[in-house]
Design a protein around this ligand. Structure first.
Ligand SMILES: [Zn+2]
Length: 294
């Protein structure tokens, strides 16, 4: 190993991952490589297919993404890939929670772990690159900055589909800090990381008696409410629920104990309407895949 070369390569990679620019710079990137603005399911589908597919002697497809860790589950895997394929095309199935059923030790958690670790890796590659509004607590897609009345024109001219609205925090920032000048808003590349709570979440309901919906949707920051004078000021809200965290990627829902109904409503609203409902704000857009194990 030539250490000097390795270090130079490492540095070059870190530099790429540290990309920062304005929204206009970002828009140029999207024009060149539209898939950087893929929605969550489409990105996952590209990740799986990008690893390669082989057809065995019986005509069964073998997805290389799973091949080293999951054995003898060709049919369920084919169904799973088909789910992502349809969801990537924004068909109705995208609005469903991905329910994984099967015996303990049957590969469900291995599968979800593969998707999570896979996304972390993939987001560090050129093919899996993605970007977010700098400092957005939900690392949201910068294309949300584009006003609705311009979106149809952009789709027609560049084939770029835009879905979703700014989160309350970014809406306030655009208004107060940038006076509505979308083009100046800073954007940076992000990488998924469960450890750093970016794009990958895990939710496992705690004791039914102490279950608190804020674990999913975030909560008011009581320490700063006084400072901002209102409970509905986004600066006094912590967008740190698992659904907020997992925006753009995947939130694993582990049903350990019986779950309170309000949690299930929270999950359904997210998967069906791509939004998180909180008591403080109108719906907050979020885009993520939710595998749930039974
Ligand atoms: Zn935001």
């Amino acid at each position: 190993v030539d250490l000097r070369e390795e270090l130079a390569r490492h540095r070059a990679e870190e530099q790429k991952l540290a990309w920062e620019g304005t929204f206009l710079d970002y828009f140029e990137l999207v024009k060149r490589q539209p898939e950087i603005a893929d929605l969550a399911h489409a990105r996952i589908y590209r990740m799986i297919m990008g690893a390669g597919v082989q057809t065995d002697e019986r005509g069964e497809k073998r997805y290389q993404f799973f091949v080293h860790d999951i054995f003898g589950l060709e049919r369920p895997l084919a169904q799973l890939v088909e789910y992502f394929n349809s969801a990537a095309r924004r068909l109705e199935v995208r609005k469903r929670i991905l329910l994984l059923m099967g015996p303990v030790g049957g590969g469900k958690s291995t599968l979800v772990t593969l998707l999570k670790r896979g996304l972390e890796q993939f987001s560090r590659t050129d093919a899996g690159a993605l970007y977010a509004i700098a400092d957005c607590p939900m690392h949201e897609e910068p294309l949300h900055l584009v006003p609705h009345n311009l979106r149809a024109g952009i789709q027609k001219e560049y084939g770029i589909y835009i879905e979703g609205d700014l989160c309350p925090s970014c809406a306030q920032m655009l208004r107060d800090k940038y006076g509505g000048r979308v083009e100046e808003v800073p954007v940076r590349r992000i990488t998924f990381s469960e450890k750093h709570r970016v794009g990958i979440g895990t939710f496992s309901p705690s004791d039914p008696k102490s279950q608190d919906i804020s674990e999913l949707t975030g909560s008011i920051d009581l320490a700063t409410v006084g400072q901002y004078g209102s409970e509905s000021d986004p600066r006094a809200y912590r967008f740190d629920g698992e659904l907020n965290v997992a925006n753009r990627g995947l939130m694993e829902f582990i049903e350990m104990l019986k779950c309170d109904e309000k949690f299930l409503y929270g999950l359904l609203t997210l998967s069906q309407e791509q939004s998180i409902k909180t008591s403080r704000f109108s719906m907050i857009y979020a885009d993520e895949c939710i595998p749930k194990m039974l």
